[in-house]
Design a protein around this ligand. Structure first.
Ligand code: KG4
Ligand code: ZN
Length: 343
């Protein structure tokens, strides 16, 4: 089954062709980062306009590179939630028109389900059930993947997502946008950072009353902002590499112990990770270490599949199709939608 998939939920326009879920025939991405960088974050209106400008050409190019023609396609898939509503609508309407014109089924895909599916491409043997840590720009959660289309949220952030926290810290530290990769690079720039250097930056790790697996990042974010403002007001220099590492440690210390406890408590032997923040080198190496120590199997998508792409959407779409989850022509886009909700 050949699926043409479209992703336009944020600032990447992407089109891919996948075969029977896990075989990626081609994966085209147009990143808008350069257009948003000068504003320090994604400007929704610019994102929608850029998607409109490139989506057709990108799709034609994807089809050409896959060696297929439109007559070889069996379905059209599209991310319809969650994300920037204008950006999502560009993809949804484009996909709808394609599916209608080609008389093909239209498959709506939840963006976070797509991120999780990147693990199926990375590890062809992987099958549910497993536990997944989802850490992206807009979402942070620990979810049980019970089947390809059934999810149970075990823990989630009460406020900011991990990626948001990295992006905000990077902005205040003058590292530009997107912040996650810049913080990662800075944290690992000077080799191992001594405990003395780290001790200068005490960042809180919050517990949520009565919700053992939930976490909160707003306190960490605000503390970083206040620390940097304080240094700036006094005209003092500060150790940016150490702050970047302290922030990464705080985020990883909030997420990983909860993930490992959940695996033990609910009896999961396999852990997967998904979303842009899953590219973070500290989080990746700590996951590796933690899983090795506990005898857990770890699946991590390569960096290219952690960021937004359409191959992951095509992969998830295959399983949504098998579960009978196709759309009618009134398919809408949603800015927010839980990963476990039926469309
Ligand atoms: O999954 P994604 O591409 O888009 C969303 O669905 O949100 O995630 C983007 C987020 C951004 O916040 C970005 O700063 C963060 O992932 N990110 C990273 C790294 N690479 C991307 N955060 C930490 N370390 C990285 N290496
Ligand atoms: Zn994403």
């Amino acid at each position: 089954m050949n699926i043409l998939s479209i992703e336009s939920s944020c600032d990447e326009t992407a089109a891919a062709i996948t075969r029977c879920g896990r075989e990626v025939l081609c994966d085209e991405i147009f990143s808008q980062v350069g257009f948003h960088a000068k504003y320090g974050g994604v400007v929704p209106e610019i994102a929608s306009r850029k998607h409109i400008e490139v989506i057709r050409e990108l799709t034609v190019s994807a089809l050409k590179k896959s060696g297929l023609t439109k007559h070889d396609l069996d379905a059209i898939a599209v991310t319809n939630a969650p994300g920037l509503i204008g950006a999502l609508l560009v993809g949804v309407n484009f996909a709808k028109a394609l599916a209608f014109g080609l008389k093909l089924p239209l498959i709506p895909v939840h963006h976070i389900r797509g991120h999780i599916a990147a693990n199926y491409i990375a590890e062809p043997e992987l099958e549910p059930p497993f536990l997944c840590l989802v850490v992206s720009g807009g979402h942070s959660l620990i979810t049980a993947v019970k089947s390809y289309t059934e999810f149970e949220i075990i823990g989630t952030t009460r406020d900011d997502a991990a990626g948001e926290c990295f992006d905000k810290a990077a902005r205040i530290m003058g590292l530009g946008y997107p912040g996650g990769p810049a913080i990662d690079k800075l944290a690992s720039s000077g080799g191992t950072i001594s405990p003395e250097r780290l001790a200068e930056f005490k960042l809180p790790i919050a517990n949520v009353d009565g919700k053992e697996f939930d976490f909160s990042f707003s306190g960490v974010k605000t503390t970083v902002v206040n620390l940097v403002h304080n240094f700036e007001q006094k005209g003092e220099d500060y150790d940016k590499a150490a702050l970047a590492q302290a922030l990464t440690n705080a985020i990883s210390d909030a997420l990983l112990p909860r993930l490992f406890t959940a695996a033990e408590r609910f009896g999961y032997g396999t852990i997967a990770v998904a979303g842009g923040v899953a590219a973070n080198s500290t989080i990746r190496s700590r996951l590796q270490e933690g899983c090795e120590t506990r005898g857990l199997r770890l699946v991590m998508p390569p960096l290219s599949l952690c960021a937004d792409n359409a191959a992951m959407i095509g992969c998830q779409a295959y399983y949504e199709f098998q579960a009978g989850n196709t759309a009618t022509w009134d398919l809408n886009a949603y800015a927010a939608l839980p990963v476990n909700s039926e469309q």
